[in-house]
Write a protein that binds this ligand. Sequence first.
Ligand code: SF4
Length: 286
Amino acid sequence: MPPERLIGWFGTHERDLPWRDPACTGWQILVSEIMLQQTPVSRVLEPWRMWVERWPVPSAMAVEPAGEVLRAWGKLGYPRRALRLHECSKVLARDHGDRVPDDVETMLTLPGIGDYTARAVACFAYGQAVPVVDTNVRRVIARAVHGREQPGNPSRRDLDDAEALLPRSGAPRFSAALMELGALVCTARNPKCDNCPLVDCTWVRRGRPAHTGPPRKAQKFAGTDRQVRGLLLDVLRGTTGSVDRAKLDVVWTSDTAQRDRALDSLLVDGLVEITTDGRYCLAGEG
Ligand code: SF4
């Protein structure tokens, strides 16, 4: 994969995303990476701007109750991310001089920071030549390098593959370009090969063999526990205090066992708490 060609393509096709501003701090980039993990760019733009204005440094978030962070998370989905980021802000403020450390090993000790996030922050915030592997990168490598339409299950090999591609200089820009190519051109369905800078792509040279592994699971939302959890959280986000159980029960009446299960899981995850008088509130607001 010729790095200069990919980086050249990135130079003219890079999206103007606010967290790519060179003035962004490690903390601001960390916030963007956490938000982007399971939510599309278009839905992250506005919340990210609000968050970095409201909480420009970790200590600004750390002094807030967790519920306030969950409220600001709004409908970004998978709200445990917000809770973990709040925990992370406390550790950063207390132990790391109110900034995100710049080495992967230390970042991996922080709450909610996994392999991908640690490397993404090291690369995009601190310019380090570390491999950054997300779903898009895995797909581009599967096609362009291995000649397969879809990547296999995530494994350590993904990092090795990405590391082997990194150029001697300009590695962070190359990594950003690879991710961008997967997001804009080498998409899961209907890759736009005619507009792709990787004309020597192995999958295309092999005649685009069809995926032979297990079919990709479609992500359902309607009717799932995740939907019910979201409805319950909506009630609590919409109030500044606690609510009684009846206010929660009305949001999902078609399957009361499912509703109870969803509420229990919110309690277990620490997103919701029960007050001493038996009412329900967001974490830290009891
Ligand atoms: S040529 Fe097509 S399949 Fe190959 S990397 Fe480019 S977009 Fe993806």
